[in-house]
Ligand binder design. Structure first.
Ligand SMILES: *[C@@H]1O[C@H](CO)[C@@H](O)[C@H](O)[C@H]1NC(C)=O
Ligand SMILES: *[C@@H]1O[C@H](CO)[C@@H](O)[C@H](O)[C@H]1NC(C)=O
Length: 203
């Protein structure tokens, strides 16, 4: 009975947290930023090759469009080609739950003029096909606008990254082992606590 109460309480709590902080939907953002990428030809190697990114306000939009932009976050995002058996790489409309754009390249104060960045692909970027998306945040830290280097269907200007061989596999295994380890240690501590409880009761 108590367990059920706790479960219910945490469910309600997580719903409340979602309602307060998860309110920003990707579909509600305005596409006002222009983002371009350029890379060398062919497959890029993580930890070695670079992506040159530029971003700025679409100049054909009226002045004042960007009046509430405070910071810009530029992110590396998985493209659909790599989604075949990885449903979790699909864009989730609730931005706080979205895992498509999980690699942050840079965060900078908003600047009206065109910005550029040479980004060396980080070593932990897995083998996949990517594009770049920039988000504009307001003073409250909420996404208000975006722009991306590919079209809406995510089919143009994609680039392919090859992870340092075997790296993504070993990382995946490491994370599986880590979570297994956490479960085992939790179970272990639970067991110890229970035993302690019993011994004190016996006294
Ligand atoms: C820039 O804005 C204009 C006018 O809204 C639009 O037609 C054009 O597609 C936009 N360009 C980009 C790259 O988003
Ligand atoms: C905005 O960007 C331009 C060009 O990169 C730079 O010269 C300028 O100092 C930046 N302004 C601010 C306020 O950061």
């Amino acid at each position: 009975m108590a367990t059920r109460g706790i479960l219910l309480a945490s469910l309600v709590l997580s719903c409340l947290i979602q309602a307060c902080y998860g309110a920003v939907l990707f579909s509600s953002l305005k596409k006002t930023l222009q983002v371009t990428t350029s890379t060398k030809q062919g497959v890029l190697q993580s930890g070695e090759d670079k992506v040159t990114v530029t971003w700025g306000l679409n100049q054909s939009l009226p002045a004042g469009t960007d009046s509430d932009y405070k910071t810009i976050e530029v992110t590396l995002c998985y493209a659909p080609i790599s989604q075949k058996d990885r449903a979790w790489r699909k864009t989730e409309d609730h931005l706080n739950k979205d895992k498509t754009c999980q690699f942050k390249m840079v965060e900078r104060p908003y600047n009206k003029s065109l910005q550029a960045l040479d980004w060396i692909i980080e070593r932990d970027v897995p083998t996949a096909t990517y594009f770049v998306r920039a988000y504009a945040f307001n003073a409250d830290g909420h996404e208000v606008a975006y722009g991306q280097s590919t079209n809406d269907q995510k089919t143009t200007n994609l680039f392919e990254v090859q992870a340092i061989s075997g790296r993504h596999v070993s990382l995946d295994i490491a994370s599986v082992c880590f979570s297994a380890f956490s479960v085992v240690s939790l179970a272990f501590f639970f067991f110890i606590e229970k035993r302690k409880g019993k011994t004190t009761q016996q006294k």
